[in-house]
Design a binder for this molecule. Sequence first.
Ligand SMILES: Cc1cc2nc3c(=O)[nH]c(=O)nc-3n(C[C@H](O)[C@H](O)[C@H](O)COP(=O)(O)OP(=O)(O)OC[C@H]3O[C@@H](n4cnc5c(N)ncnc54)[C@H](O)[C@@H]3O)c2cc1C
Length: 536
Amino acid sequence: MAQHIAIVGMGPTGIYTLQRLIEHPDPLSISVFETGAQAGIGMPYSADTCRKSMLANIASIEIPPLPQSYLGWMRGLPKAILRGFGVDPDTLDDREFTPRLLLGQYFRSQFIELLHRAEARGHVIHIHEETTITDVIPGEEGVRLADAVALREERFDRVILSTGHVWPGDEDATDTYYPSPWTGLFDAEIAAARIGIMGTSLSSIDAAMAVAGQHGVFTRGPDRSLSFDLAEGSEALTIAMMSRSGILPEADFFCPIPYEPLSVMTDEALNALRAKGKRGLLDAVFALFQAEIAADDPDWAREVGLQSATADDIAELYFADRLRRDPFRWAACNLAEVEQNKAQQRTVGWRYAILRMHEKIEAMLPDFSDEDRARFDAGLKRVFVDNYAAIPSETIRRLLALRDAGILQVLRLGSDYESETGNDGTTIIAEGYAHRFDLFIDARGQRAMTSADLPFPTLKGLLLDAGCDVPRVADDYSLLLPDLAPGQVAMGAIPYLMHDRPFVQGITAAAEIGRAIGQLGGATNHRHRANYWLAA
Ligand SMILES: Cc1cc2nc3c(=O)[nH]c(=O)nc-3n(C[C@H](O)[C@H](O)[C@H](O)COP(=O)(O)OP(=O)(O)OC[C@H]3O[C@@H](n4cnc5c(N)ncnc54)[C@H](O)[C@@H]3O)c2cc1C
Protein backbone atom coordinates (compact mmCIF):
# COMPACT_ATOMS: atom_id res chain seq x y z
CA MET A 1 0.00 0.00 0.00
CA ALA A 2 1.23 3.52 -0.82
CA GLN A 3 2.86 5.35 2.06
CA HIS A 4 0.54 8.04 3.37
CA ILE A 5 2.32 11.28 4.13
CA ALA A 6 1.03 14.61 5.45
CA ILE A 7 2.77 17.94 4.95
CA VAL A 8 1.48 20.56 7.39
CA GLY A 9 2.34 24.03 6.08
CA MET A 10 3.19 24.65 2.44
CA GLY A 11 5.70 27.49 2.28
CA PRO A 12 9.24 27.14 0.91
CA THR A 13 10.14 24.32 3.34
CA GLY A 14 7.03 22.37 2.31
CA ILE A 15 7.78 22.97 -1.37
CA TYR A 16 11.35 21.66 -1.17
CA THR A 17 10.07 18.69 0.85
CA LEU A 18 7.50 17.90 -1.83
CA GLN A 19 10.11 18.27 -4.55
CA ARG A 20 12.23 15.56 -2.97
CA LEU A 21 9.31 13.31 -1.94
CA ILE A 22 7.99 13.00 -5.47
CA GLU A 23 11.32 11.61 -6.66
CA HIS A 24 10.40 8.51 -4.65
CA PRO A 25 10.00 5.59 -7.10
CA ASP A 26 6.91 4.06 -5.40
CA PRO A 27 3.62 5.92 -5.62
CA LEU A 28 2.93 8.00 -2.52
CA SER A 29 -0.26 9.46 -1.16
CA ILE A 30 0.54 12.98 0.04
CA SER A 31 -1.91 15.25 1.87
CA VAL A 32 -1.04 18.94 2.06
CA PHE A 33 -2.59 21.11 4.79
CA GLU A 34 -2.22 24.86 4.56
CA THR A 35 -3.82 27.63 6.64
CA GLY A 36 -3.66 30.12 3.77
CA ALA A 37 -6.07 30.28 0.86
CA GLN A 38 -3.28 29.19 -1.50
CA ALA A 39 -0.69 26.54 -0.69
CA GLY A 40 2.84 27.06 -1.96
CA ILE A 41 3.55 30.71 -1.10
CA GLY A 42 4.82 30.99 2.47
CA MET A 43 4.36 33.60 5.16
CA PRO A 44 6.87 36.33 4.12
CA TYR A 45 5.75 36.24 0.47
CA SER A 46 1.98 36.26 0.88
CA ALA A 47 -0.38 39.16 0.30
CA ASP A 48 -1.59 38.78 3.91
CA THR A 49 1.75 39.89 5.30
CA CYS A 50 3.50 41.93 2.69
CA ARG A 51 3.12 44.77 0.24
CA LYS A 52 4.62 45.34 -3.19
CA SER A 53 7.14 47.73 -1.71
CA MET A 54 8.75 45.00 0.44
CA LEU A 55 11.78 43.44 -1.17
CA ALA A 56 13.17 39.94 -0.80
CA ASN A 57 16.80 39.81 0.26
CA ILE A 58 17.49 36.78 -1.89
CA ALA A 59 18.08 36.91 -5.65
CA SER A 60 17.50 34.25 -8.30
CA ILE A 61 21.15 33.14 -8.23
CA GLU A 62 20.86 32.11 -4.57
CA ILE A 63 17.49 30.31 -4.68
CA PRO A 64 18.06 26.54 -4.57
CA PRO A 65 16.83 24.88 -7.78
CA LEU A 66 13.13 24.29 -8.36
CA PRO A 67 11.73 23.15 -11.73
CA GLN A 68 12.33 26.64 -13.14
CA SER A 69 14.83 29.25 -11.98
CA TYR A 70 13.31 32.43 -10.60
CA LEU A 71 15.00 34.42 -13.38
CA GLY A 72 13.71 32.03 -16.05
CA TRP A 73 10.20 32.25 -14.62
CA MET A 74 10.29 36.05 -14.52
CA ARG A 75 11.53 36.18 -18.12
CA GLY A 76 8.48 34.17 -19.14
CA LEU A 77 6.08 36.72 -17.64
CA PRO A 78 4.50 39.52 -19.66
CA LYS A 79 6.63 42.65 -19.24
CA ALA A 80 3.56 44.47 -17.95
CA ILE A 81 3.35 42.15 -14.94
CA LEU A 82 6.99 42.78 -14.04
CA ARG A 83 6.58 46.52 -14.47
CA GLY A 84 3.53 46.32 -12.22
CA PHE A 85 5.85 45.01 -9.49
CA GLY A 86 8.34 47.81 -10.17
CA VAL A 87 10.75 45.38 -11.87
CA ASP A 88 12.36 46.59 -15.13
CA PRO A 89 11.97 43.67 -17.60
CA ASP A 90 14.77 44.97 -19.81
CA THR A 91 17.49 44.95 -17.15
CA LEU A 92 16.53 41.77 -15.25
CA ASP A 93 19.40 39.70 -14.01
CA ASP A 94 19.96 36.86 -11.56
CA ARG A 95 21.25 39.13 -8.79
CA GLU A 96 18.28 41.46 -8.77
CA PHE A 97 16.19 41.82 -5.61
CA THR A 98 12.48 41.78 -6.35
CA PRO A 99 9.31 42.32 -4.31
CA ARG A 100 8.57 39.45 -1.95
CA LEU A 101 5.04 39.26 -3.38
CA LEU A 102 6.47 38.41 -6.81
CA LEU A 103 8.71 35.77 -5.24
CA GLY A 104 5.60 34.30 -3.58
CA GLN A 105 3.94 34.03 -7.02
CA TYR A 106 7.03 32.20 -8.25
CA PHE A 107 6.88 29.70 -5.39
CA ARG A 108 3.19 29.09 -6.07
CA SER A 109 3.92 28.45 -9.77
CA GLN A 110 6.69 26.00 -8.85
CA PHE A 111 4.38 24.24 -6.41
CA ILE A 112 1.85 23.78 -9.22
CA GLU A 113 4.57 22.49 -11.55
CA LEU A 114 5.63 19.99 -8.87
CA LEU A 115 2.02 18.79 -8.63
CA HIS A 116 2.02 18.12 -12.40
CA ARG A 117 5.24 16.16 -12.05
CA ALA A 118 3.96 14.26 -9.02
CA GLU A 119 0.82 13.16 -10.83
CA ALA A 120 2.81 12.17 -13.91
CA ARG A 121 4.87 9.87 -11.67
CA GLY A 122 1.78 8.23 -10.17
CA HIS A 123 1.68 9.98 -6.79
CA VAL A 124 -1.69 11.11 -5.47
CA ILE A 125 -1.82 14.51 -3.81
CA HIS A 126 -4.69 15.92 -1.76
CA ILE A 127 -4.63 19.64 -1.05
CA HIS A 128 -6.49 21.07 1.93
CA GLU A 129 -6.22 24.86 1.79
CA GLU A 130 -7.74 27.15 4.42
CA THR A 131 -7.16 24.28 6.84
CA THR A 132 -5.20 24.83 10.03
CA ILE A 133 -3.97 21.73 11.80
CA THR A 134 -4.58 22.07 15.53
CA ASP A 135 -3.23 18.78 16.84
CA VAL A 136 -0.84 15.98 15.90
CA ILE A 137 -1.67 12.67 17.54
CA PRO A 138 0.85 9.85 17.06
CA GLY A 139 -0.34 6.28 17.65
CA GLU A 140 0.51 2.64 16.91
CA GLU A 141 -1.60 2.72 13.73
CA GLY A 142 -0.11 5.96 12.44
CA VAL A 143 -0.40 9.67 13.14
CA ARG A 144 -3.76 11.43 13.15
CA LEU A 145 -4.34 15.12 12.70
CA ALA A 146 -7.03 17.41 14.03
CA ASP A 147 -8.10 20.63 12.37
CA ALA A 148 -10.20 23.42 13.76
CA VAL A 149 -13.36 21.47 12.95
CA ALA A 150 -12.64 17.87 13.96
CA LEU A 151 -10.23 15.00 14.45
CA ARG A 152 -9.54 13.77 10.93
CA GLU A 153 -10.07 10.14 9.94
CA GLU A 154 -6.85 9.54 7.97
CA ARG A 155 -3.82 7.94 9.59
CA PHE A 156 -0.43 8.94 8.25
CA ASP A 157 2.82 6.99 8.17
CA ARG A 158 4.74 10.24 8.35
CA VAL A 159 3.65 13.75 9.27
CA ILE A 160 5.94 16.57 8.21
CA LEU A 161 5.61 19.82 10.15
CA SER A 162 6.75 22.71 7.96
CA THR A 163 4.65 25.35 9.66
CA GLY A 164 7.26 28.10 9.49
CA HIS A 165 7.14 31.38 11.33
CA VAL A 166 5.24 31.89 14.58
CA TRP A 167 3.99 35.33 15.59
CA PRO A 168 1.71 36.49 18.39
CA GLY A 169 -2.02 36.25 17.64
CA ASP A 170 -4.19 39.20 16.51
CA GLU A 171 -5.84 39.15 19.95
CA ASP A 172 -2.59 40.45 21.47
CA ALA A 173 -2.73 43.63 19.36
CA THR A 174 -4.51 46.81 20.44
CA ASP A 175 -5.18 50.13 18.71
CA THR A 176 -1.87 51.45 20.05
CA TYR A 177 0.33 48.35 20.29
CA TYR A 178 1.26 45.61 17.82
CA PRO A 179 3.27 42.71 19.28
CA SER A 180 4.67 42.04 15.78
CA PRO A 181 4.28 43.59 12.33
CA TRP A 182 2.34 40.46 11.29
CA THR A 183 -0.43 40.79 13.85
CA GLY A 184 -2.92 42.98 12.05
CA LEU A 185 -0.70 45.99 11.28
CA PHE A 186 -0.93 45.55 7.52
CA ASP A 187 -4.73 45.72 7.50
CA ALA A 188 -5.01 48.57 9.99
CA GLU A 189 -5.41 52.22 9.15
CA ILE A 190 -2.47 53.91 10.85
CA ALA A 191 -2.91 57.55 11.80
CA ALA A 192 -0.16 60.08 11.06
CA ALA A 193 1.20 60.05 14.58
CA ARG A 194 4.35 59.25 16.58
CA ILE A 195 5.18 55.65 15.67
CA GLY A 196 7.78 53.65 17.61
CA ILE A 197 9.25 50.42 16.23
CA MET A 198 11.37 48.09 18.38
CA GLY A 199 14.13 46.71 16.16
CA THR A 200 16.20 48.09 13.30
CA SER A 201 16.48 45.10 10.98
CA LEU A 202 14.38 43.41 8.34
CA SER A 203 11.06 43.07 10.21
CA SER A 204 11.29 46.59 11.63
CA ILE A 205 11.98 48.02 8.20
CA ASP A 206 8.91 46.16 6.91
CA ALA A 207 6.88 47.77 9.68
CA ALA A 208 8.27 51.24 8.87
CA MET A 209 7.48 50.76 5.17
CA ALA A 210 3.96 49.54 5.94
CA VAL A 211 3.29 52.70 7.95
CA ALA A 212 5.05 55.11 5.57
CA GLY A 213 3.23 53.58 2.60
CA GLN A 214 -0.08 54.80 4.04
CA HIS A 215 1.14 58.39 4.16
CA GLY A 216 3.16 59.08 1.05
CA VAL A 217 5.03 57.76 -1.97
CA PHE A 218 8.64 57.19 -2.95
CA THR A 219 9.72 59.00 -6.11
CA ARG A 220 12.89 58.17 -8.03
CA GLY A 221 15.18 60.94 -9.23
CA PRO A 222 17.30 60.83 -12.38
CA ASP A 223 20.41 59.67 -10.42
CA ARG A 224 18.52 56.62 -8.98
CA SER A 225 18.18 58.43 -5.65
CA LEU A 226 14.81 58.23 -3.96
CA SER A 227 12.73 60.86 -2.25
CA PHE A 228 9.63 60.40 -0.12
CA ASP A 229 6.69 62.72 -0.71
CA LEU A 230 4.44 62.98 2.29
CA ALA A 231 0.69 63.18 1.59
CA GLU A 232 -1.17 66.30 2.59
CA GLY A 233 -2.53 65.93 6.10
CA SER A 234 0.17 63.44 7.13
CA GLU A 235 2.65 66.04 8.40
CA ALA A 236 2.42 64.75 11.97
CA LEU A 237 3.92 61.36 11.02
CA THR A 238 7.21 60.42 12.66
CA ILE A 239 8.73 56.96 12.83
CA ALA A 240 11.47 55.95 15.27
CA MET A 241 13.17 52.58 14.86
CA MET A 242 15.17 51.59 17.91
CA SER A 243 17.45 48.94 19.38
CA ARG A 244 20.07 48.62 22.09
CA SER A 245 22.87 49.48 19.65
CA GLY A 246 20.88 51.72 17.31
CA ILE A 247 22.66 50.51 14.20
CA LEU A 248 21.19 49.82 10.77
CA PRO A 249 21.92 46.69 8.74
CA GLU A 250 24.48 46.74 5.94
CA ALA A 251 23.51 46.73 2.28
CA ASP A 252 23.79 43.37 0.56
CA PHE A 253 27.26 42.95 -0.91
CA PHE A 254 28.61 41.39 -4.08
CA CYS A 255 30.31 38.00 -3.78
CA PRO A 256 30.88 34.89 -5.91
CA ILE A 257 28.00 32.38 -5.84
CA PRO A 258 28.18 29.41 -5.43
CA TYR A 259 30.53 30.01 -2.54
CA GLU A 260 34.23 29.41 -3.05
CA PRO A 261 35.76 27.00 -0.53
CA LEU A 262 37.34 28.46 2.60
CA SER A 263 41.09 28.09 2.80
CA VAL A 264 41.59 27.86 6.58
CA MET A 265 38.25 26.95 8.16
CA THR A 266 37.94 23.71 6.23
CA ASP A 267 35.79 20.75 7.29
CA GLU A 268 39.00 18.86 8.11
CA ALA A 269 40.22 21.65 10.38
CA LEU A 270 36.86 21.83 12.19
CA ASN A 271 36.62 18.05 12.54
CA ALA A 272 40.08 17.97 14.03
CA LEU A 273 38.98 20.50 16.66
CA ARG A 274 35.78 18.58 17.31
CA ALA A 275 37.77 15.44 17.93
CA LYS A 276 39.68 17.17 20.73
CA GLY A 277 36.48 17.59 22.77
CA LYS A 278 34.55 20.49 24.28
CA ARG A 279 37.29 22.10 26.31
CA GLY A 280 38.48 25.35 24.72
CA LEU A 281 36.47 24.65 21.56
CA LEU A 282 35.09 28.16 21.01
CA ASP A 283 38.53 29.73 21.37
CA ALA A 284 40.01 27.23 18.95
CA VAL A 285 37.21 27.86 16.43
CA PHE A 286 37.72 31.59 16.88
CA ALA A 287 41.42 31.19 16.08
CA LEU A 288 40.38 29.62 12.75
CA PHE A 289 37.97 32.54 12.21
CA GLN A 290 40.83 35.00 12.71
CA ALA A 291 43.20 33.02 10.49
CA GLU A 292 40.63 32.72 7.69
CA ILE A 293 40.04 36.46 7.61
CA ALA A 294 43.76 37.20 7.90
CA ALA A 295 44.33 34.95 4.88
CA ASP A 296 41.45 36.36 2.82
CA ASP A 297 41.73 40.04 3.73
CA PRO A 298 45.03 40.76 5.51
CA ASP A 299 44.66 44.55 5.19
CA TRP A 300 41.31 44.63 6.97
CA ALA A 301 42.50 42.20 9.63
CA ARG A 302 45.48 44.47 10.34
CA GLU A 303 43.47 47.68 10.21
CA VAL A 304 40.91 46.57 12.82
CA GLY A 305 43.44 44.72 14.98
CA LEU A 306 41.73 41.35 14.49
CA GLN A 307 44.73 39.44 15.78
CA SER A 308 44.33 40.79 19.30
CA ALA A 309 40.54 40.25 19.40
CA THR A 310 38.93 37.43 21.36
CA ALA A 311 35.73 35.46 20.93
CA ASP A 312 34.31 37.69 23.68
CA ASP A 313 35.14 41.13 22.31
CA ILE A 314 34.87 40.46 18.57
CA ALA A 315 31.39 42.03 18.36
CA GLU A 316 32.63 45.30 19.92
CA LEU A 317 35.49 45.40 17.44
CA TYR A 318 33.24 44.54 14.48
CA PHE A 319 30.60 47.17 15.29
CA ALA A 320 32.95 49.85 16.65
CA ASP A 321 33.11 51.95 13.50
CA ARG A 322 29.35 51.84 12.95
CA LEU A 323 28.63 52.73 16.57
CA ARG A 324 30.81 55.84 16.32
CA ARG A 325 28.86 57.24 13.39
CA ASP A 326 25.40 58.54 12.71
CA PRO A 327 23.46 55.48 11.45
CA PHE A 328 22.13 57.19 8.31
CA ARG A 329 25.48 58.71 7.34
CA TRP A 330 27.03 55.33 7.87
CA ALA A 331 24.29 53.68 5.77
CA ALA A 332 24.84 56.20 2.94
CA CYS A 333 28.62 55.46 2.89
CA ASN A 334 28.04 51.73 3.04
CA LEU A 335 25.51 51.98 0.19
CA ALA A 336 27.96 53.90 -2.01
CA GLU A 337 30.66 51.33 -1.26
CA VAL A 338 28.59 48.22 -2.02
CA GLU A 339 27.15 49.77 -5.19
CA GLN A 340 30.63 50.53 -6.45
CA ASN A 341 31.77 47.01 -5.58
CA LYS A 342 28.77 45.55 -7.42
CA ALA A 343 29.53 47.62 -10.51
CA GLN A 344 33.16 46.46 -10.45
CA GLN A 345 32.26 42.90 -9.31
CA ARG A 346 34.68 43.39 -6.44
CA THR A 347 34.44 41.07 -3.43
CA VAL A 348 35.33 42.38 0.01
CA GLY A 349 37.40 39.56 1.48
CA TRP A 350 36.44 39.86 5.14
CA ARG A 351 32.70 40.08 4.44
CA TYR A 352 32.78 37.05 2.16
CA ALA A 353 34.85 35.07 4.65
CA ILE A 354 32.38 35.78 7.47
CA LEU A 355 29.44 34.87 5.23
CA ARG A 356 30.96 31.51 4.33
CA MET A 357 31.98 30.72 7.90
CA HIS A 358 28.61 31.19 9.60
CA GLU A 359 27.04 27.87 8.68
CA LYS A 360 30.26 25.96 9.32
CA ILE A 361 30.38 27.31 12.85
CA GLU A 362 26.66 26.75 13.35
CA ALA A 363 27.28 23.05 12.72
CA MET A 364 29.80 23.09 15.60
CA LEU A 365 27.35 24.52 18.16
CA PRO A 366 26.11 21.14 19.49
CA ASP A 367 29.75 20.42 20.40
CA PHE A 368 30.13 23.59 22.47
CA SER A 369 29.90 23.54 26.26
CA ASP A 370 27.03 25.60 27.72
CA GLU A 371 29.51 28.27 28.69
CA ASP A 372 30.99 28.47 25.19
CA ARG A 373 27.50 28.54 23.71
CA ALA A 374 26.60 31.55 25.89
CA ARG A 375 29.86 33.29 24.90
CA PHE A 376 29.13 32.55 21.25
CA ASP A 377 25.60 34.01 21.51
CA ALA A 378 26.94 37.18 23.11
CA GLY A 379 29.72 37.72 20.58
CA LEU A 380 30.32 35.93 17.29
CA LYS A 381 26.64 35.21 16.70
CA ARG A 382 25.89 38.94 16.47
CA VAL A 383 28.65 39.37 13.89
CA PHE A 384 27.34 36.53 11.74
CA VAL A 385 23.71 37.69 11.93
CA ASP A 386 24.70 41.21 10.90
CA ASN A 387 26.70 39.84 7.99
CA TYR A 388 24.06 37.50 6.51
CA ALA A 389 21.06 39.72 7.25
CA ALA A 390 22.28 42.43 4.86
CA ILE A 391 19.40 44.12 3.08
CA PRO A 392 18.86 45.21 -0.54
CA SER A 393 20.43 48.54 -1.55
CA GLU A 394 17.00 49.77 -2.56
CA THR A 395 15.78 49.29 1.01
CA ILE A 396 18.65 51.44 2.28
CA ARG A 397 17.67 54.11 -0.28
CA ARG A 398 14.14 54.05 1.11
CA LEU A 399 15.37 54.43 4.67
CA LEU A 400 17.52 57.38 3.61
CA ALA A 401 14.57 58.92 1.76
CA LEU A 402 12.39 58.66 4.87
CA ARG A 403 15.15 60.26 6.94
CA ASP A 404 15.57 63.07 4.36
CA ALA A 405 11.81 63.69 4.51
CA GLY A 406 12.21 64.26 8.26
CA ILE A 407 10.09 61.22 9.14
CA LEU A 408 12.49 58.51 10.24
CA GLN A 409 14.99 58.45 13.05
CA VAL A 410 16.97 55.64 14.69
CA LEU A 411 17.31 55.55 18.48
CA ARG A 412 20.08 53.89 20.46
CA LEU A 413 18.55 52.62 23.71
CA GLY A 414 21.66 51.19 25.36
CA SER A 415 21.54 48.01 27.42
CA ASP A 416 19.40 49.44 30.18
CA TYR A 417 16.08 50.88 29.07
CA GLU A 418 12.54 50.77 30.35
CA SER A 419 9.34 50.42 28.44
CA GLU A 420 5.78 51.07 29.53
CA THR A 421 2.73 50.45 27.39
CA GLY A 422 -0.70 51.78 28.32
CA ASN A 423 -3.98 52.48 26.54
CA ASP A 424 -2.74 55.78 25.18
CA GLY A 425 0.65 54.64 23.89
CA THR A 426 4.12 53.51 24.86
CA THR A 427 6.92 55.31 26.66
CA ILE A 428 10.52 54.18 26.33
CA ILE A 429 12.95 55.58 28.87
CA ALA A 430 16.56 55.24 27.76
CA GLU A 431 19.76 57.08 28.56
CA GLY A 432 17.89 59.72 30.54
CA TYR A 433 15.26 60.50 27.88
CA ALA A 434 11.60 59.55 27.75
CA HIS A 435 10.40 58.81 24.21
CA ARG A 436 6.59 58.85 23.81
CA PHE A 437 4.83 56.98 21.05
CA ASP A 438 1.14 56.98 20.10
CA LEU A 439 1.56 53.62 18.38
CA PHE A 440 4.24 51.04 19.12
CA ILE A 441 5.22 47.99 17.04
CA ASP A 442 7.46 45.26 18.44
CA ALA A 443 9.35 44.09 15.35
CA ARG A 444 12.22 42.10 16.82
CA GLY A 445 11.93 39.16 14.45
CA GLN A 446 11.50 35.46 14.99
CA ARG A 447 12.57 34.10 18.36
CA ALA A 448 13.55 30.50 19.00
CA MET A 449 10.56 28.46 20.19
CA THR A 450 10.48 25.61 22.68
CA SER A 451 8.33 22.47 22.97
CA ALA A 452 5.99 24.38 25.30
CA ASP A 453 5.18 26.79 22.45
CA LEU A 454 3.97 24.03 20.10
CA PRO A 455 0.38 24.57 18.92
CA PHE A 456 -0.32 20.78 18.84
CA PRO A 457 -1.35 19.75 22.40
CA THR A 458 -0.85 15.98 22.08
CA LEU A 459 2.60 16.22 20.50
CA LYS A 460 3.54 18.97 22.93
CA GLY A 461 2.51 16.75 25.85
CA LEU A 462 4.61 13.86 24.54
CA LEU A 463 7.67 16.08 24.23
CA LEU A 464 7.26 17.70 27.63
CA ASP A 465 6.54 14.35 29.36
CA ALA A 466 9.77 13.01 27.86
CA GLY A 467 11.65 16.01 29.23
CA CYS A 468 12.34 17.48 25.78
CA ASP A 469 12.14 21.21 26.45
CA VAL A 470 13.33 21.80 22.92
CA PRO A 471 12.40 19.43 20.07
CA ARG A 472 15.47 17.47 18.98
CA VAL A 473 15.73 15.90 15.54
CA ALA A 474 17.67 13.21 13.64
CA ASP A 475 19.53 13.93 10.39
CA ASP A 476 16.31 13.58 8.42
CA TYR A 477 14.55 15.94 10.90
CA SER A 478 12.50 13.10 12.43
CA LEU A 479 11.56 14.02 15.99
CA LEU A 480 13.64 12.16 18.56
CA LEU A 481 11.07 10.99 21.05
CA PRO A 482 10.93 7.62 22.85
CA ASP A 483 7.19 7.14 22.32
CA LEU A 484 7.35 7.88 18.63
CA ALA A 485 8.07 5.29 15.93
CA PRO A 486 11.12 6.35 13.91
CA GLY A 487 10.22 8.90 11.32
CA GLN A 488 6.55 9.25 12.32
CA VAL A 489 6.82 13.01 12.77
CA ALA A 490 9.39 15.27 11.13
CA MET A 491 10.02 18.72 12.58
CA GLY A 492 10.87 21.18 9.82
CA ALA A 493 9.31 24.25 11.45
CA ILE A 494 12.17 26.74 11.58
CA PRO A 495 11.45 28.46 14.94
CA TYR A 496 11.59 25.10 16.76
CA LEU A 497 14.99 24.32 15.23
CA MET A 498 16.53 27.68 16.05
CA HIS A 499 17.65 26.78 19.55
CA ASP A 500 20.30 24.44 18.17
CA ARG A 501 20.73 26.22 14.85
CA PRO A 502 20.39 29.97 15.37
CA PHE A 503 21.04 30.80 11.70
CA VAL A 504 18.41 28.45 10.34
CA GLN A 505 16.38 31.06 8.49
CA GLY A 506 15.99 31.85 4.84
CA ILE A 507 15.12 30.02 1.68
CA THR A 508 18.45 28.18 1.46
CA ALA A 509 17.82 26.71 4.93
CA ALA A 510 14.23 25.84 3.92
CA ALA A 511 15.60 23.93 0.93
CA GLU A 512 18.20 22.08 2.97
CA ILE A 513 15.60 21.04 5.54
CA GLY A 514 12.97 20.10 2.95
CA ARG A 515 15.39 17.97 0.96
CA ALA A 516 16.55 16.11 4.06
CA ILE A 517 12.98 15.45 5.19
CA GLY A 518 11.80 14.39 1.75
CA GLN A 519 14.53 11.79 1.46
CA LEU A 520 12.33 8.81 2.29
CA GLY A 521 13.75 5.37 2.81
CA GLY A 522 17.06 6.50 4.27
CA ALA A 523 17.59 6.78 7.98
CA THR A 524 13.86 7.05 8.58
CA ASN A 525 12.90 3.59 7.48
CA HIS A 526 15.92 1.61 8.51
CA ARG A 527 16.99 2.89 11.88
CA HIS A 528 15.64 1.23 14.96
CA ARG A 529 13.70 3.29 17.49
CA ALA A 530 16.37 2.76 20.14
CA ASN A 531 19.03 4.15 17.81
CA TYR A 532 16.94 7.23 17.33
CA TRP A 533 16.65 7.83 20.99
CA LEU A 534 20.33 7.17 21.60
CA ALA A 535 21.22 9.66 18.88
CA ALA A 536 19.62 12.35 21.02
C1 LIG B 1 9.30 39.19 7.05
C2 LIG B 1 10.21 38.12 6.59
C3 LIG B 1 10.89 38.26 5.39
C4 LIG B 1 11.76 37.29 4.97
N1 LIG B 1 12.40 37.48 3.79
C5 LIG B 1 13.27 36.54 3.36
C6 LIG B 1 13.99 36.73 2.13
O1 LIG B 1 13.86 37.75 1.47
N2 LIG B 1 14.84 35.76 1.74
C7 LIG B 1 15.03 34.63 2.47
O2 LIG B 1 15.81 33.76 2.07
N3 LIG B 1 14.36 34.44 3.63
C8 LIG B 1 13.50 35.35 4.09
N4 LIG B 1 12.83 35.16 5.27
C9 LIG B 1 13.09 33.93 6.05
C10 LIG B 1 12.00 32.84 5.95
O3 LIG B 1 12.24 32.04 7.08
C11 LIG B 1 12.09 31.90 4.77
O4 LIG B 1 12.31 32.59 3.60
C12 LIG B 1 10.84 31.01 4.52
O5 LIG B 1 9.65 31.74 4.57
C13 LIG B 1 10.74 29.84 5.46
O6 LIG B 1 9.82 28.98 4.87
P1 LIG B 1 8.87 28.01 5.69
O7 LIG B 1 8.10 27.24 4.68
O8 LIG B 1 9.67 27.25 6.66
O9 LIG B 1 7.94 28.96 6.53
P2 LIG B 1 6.76 29.93 6.12
O10 LIG B 1 7.15 30.73 4.94
O11 LIG B 1 6.38 30.64 7.36
O12 LIG B 1 5.58 28.95 5.67
C14 LIG B 1 4.90 28.12 6.57
C15 LIG B 1 3.52 27.83 6.05
O13 LIG B 1 2.85 26.99 6.96
C16 LIG B 1 1.50 27.40 7.11
N5 LIG B 1 1.05 26.95 8.43
C17 LIG B 1 1.53 27.35 9.63
N6 LIG B 1 0.91 26.69 10.64
C18 LIG B 1 0.01 25.84 10.06
C19 LIG B 1 -0.92 24.90 10.57
N7 LIG B 1 -1.03 24.67 11.89
N8 LIG B 1 -1.69 24.22 9.70
C20 LIG B 1 -1.56 24.43 8.35
N9 LIG B 1 -0.69 25.32 7.81
C21 LIG B 1 0.09 26.01 8.65
C22 LIG B 1 1.58 28.91 6.96
O14 LIG B 1 0.34 29.43 6.57
C23 LIG B 1 2.65 29.07 5.90
O15 LIG B 1 2.12 29.10 4.60
C24 LIG B 1 11.96 36.12 5.74
C25 LIG B 1 11.27 35.97 6.93
C26 LIG B 1 10.41 36.96 7.37
C27 LIG B 1 9.68 36.78 8.64
